[in-house]
Design a protein around this ligand. Structure first.
Ligand SMILES: *Cc1c(COP(=O)(O)O)cnc(C)c1O
Length: 394
């Protein structure tokens, strides 16, 4: 018997407002770019697209690094590319674990044979330079890994001072900027970040599936002096770079339409200007914060440590957080993230990333949340919409 259905409904997910932990909304120009005719992955036109992406990524990362490109896979593959190219069996590696994504990085270090030193933060707190200084007195790691915006907790890790401490101990610095790049400043060269990766679908607002990254010369020297080959063929940076640069040697068939989309998303960021984009993210976070405060709801993270791009808001006692999310999706097409890791079942994670960091999104989210909470039996203390309006007016 065949399990084949006679017919399938036309694909039509309907309109969504994406305010979860990613993907974020895409600009119409990015959808349009994705529909452009395919070229071959070695077509001269496509090589030009890759060169544009490299230049635009250097702008977004604020770096002059030659080795700046995008891995053809999601943000986690960007993480794994950095780990597997830099870590050889037996290397000591310190990973700062403040949530799910720091933990993921730590797992990768172990799988690639590194000797893991795991440093944990206080819940809802960033790491302090003091904490790093203390951890680094007892060891001599080759690499220290940090997450800039830990999406599972909403904590933004201040980087400059902590990087200086790590460099005093001669270790390379690896930073996950998946939930921060494009939404809040990431100055790769000025802050002396050796290795850095991001994902296409968060603050860059391209489709999921690409992981931009950048390596400085110090990090490339560390790769050049490896004693063993990189233990992943697909993620071996020197093989990938032979396609992105120089000889254009076939490595894998680039996902052509995703590259088009990333290029257009980066052009949009370039047109707005990075700094203006950061200011937009800061303003929309500020309006959202005022709204949540006015409604009498609580953030998980204290104000000075919040990432403007991802905001866990605690569900009030007795409220079913998944039930509220279901309502928002059914009634408003609005997606919020659920709690992840320690916050599972306890919080909504509200993303204000890239194209989703907009005034109309903030107003819809606050108004819809107020209604959904009411339907679930919780009356907000005050009007979130009014409080956010006041921020936009002022
Ligand atoms: C989303 C995310 C990742 C993983 O990216 P995927 O595209 O889901 O593989 C890694 N780190 C952080 C901080 C993230 O937010």
């Amino acid at each position: 018997m065949s399990a084949r259905q006679d017919s399938y409904a036309p694909l039509d997910p309907g309109r969504r407002v994406l305010m979860g932990a990613g993907p974020s909304d895409m600009h119409p120009r990015v959808y349009q770019a994705m529909g452009a005719p395919l070229t071959g992955h070695l077509d001269p036109y496509f090589i030009g697209v890759m060169d544009d992406i490299k230049a635009l990524l250097r702008y977004a990362f604020q770096t002059r690094n030659d080795m700046t490109l995008a891995i053809s896979a999601t943000g986690s593959a960007g993480m794994e590319t950095c780990v597997c190219n830099l870590v050889e069996p037996g290397d000591e590696v310190l990973i700062c674990v403040g949530g799910v994504f720091g933990d993921r990085m730590a797992q990768m270090v172990e799988r690639h044979g590194g000797r893991l030193i795991r440093l944990e933060s206080e819940p809802g707190q960033p790491f302090t330079p003091e904490q790093l200084r203390k951890a680094l007195t007892g060891c001599q790691p080759k690499l220290v890994g940090l997450v800039h915006a830990e999406t599972s907790t909403g904590v933004l890790q201040p980087l400059e001072e902590i990087i200086a401490v790590i460099h005093e101990h001669d270790a390379l610095v690896l930073v996950d900027t998946v939930a921060s790049l494009g939404g809040t400043p990431v100055k790769v060269d000025e802050w002396c970040i050796d290795v850095c990766y991001t994902g296409s679908q968060k603050c860059l607002s391209a489709p999921p599936g690409l992981a931009p990254l950048t390596f400085n010369d110090r990090a490339l020297e560390a790769i050049a002096s490896r004693k063993t080959p990189v233990d992943s063929w697909y993620l071996d940076l020197s093989l990938i770079n032979a396609y992105w640069d120089g000889d254009r040697v076939y490595h894998h068939t680039a996902p052509v339409s995703l590259f088009y989309a990333l290029r257009e998303a980066l052009v949009l960021i370039h047109e707005e200007g990075l700094e203006d984009g950061h200011l937009r993210h800061a303003l929309n976070y500020e309006a959202f914060r005022a709204g949540i405060d006015a409604m009498g709801l609580a953030f998980y993270v204290d104000p000075p440590h919040r990432a403007p791009t991802i905001n866990p808001v605690l569900a009030p006692e007795g409220i079913d957080e998944a039930g509220v999310r279901r309502r928002l999706l059914e009634e408003y097409g609005l997606e919020l993230g659920g709690g992840l890791g320690a916050l599972k079942g306890k919080a909504w994670r509200v993303g204000l990333m890239g194209q989703s960091s907009q005034r109309d999104h903030v107003m819809l989210c606050l108004g819809a949340l107020e209604q959904a909470l009411l339907a679930e039996g919780h009356k907000a203390a005050g009007s979130g919409v009014a409080a956010a309006s006041a921020v936009y007016a002022g």
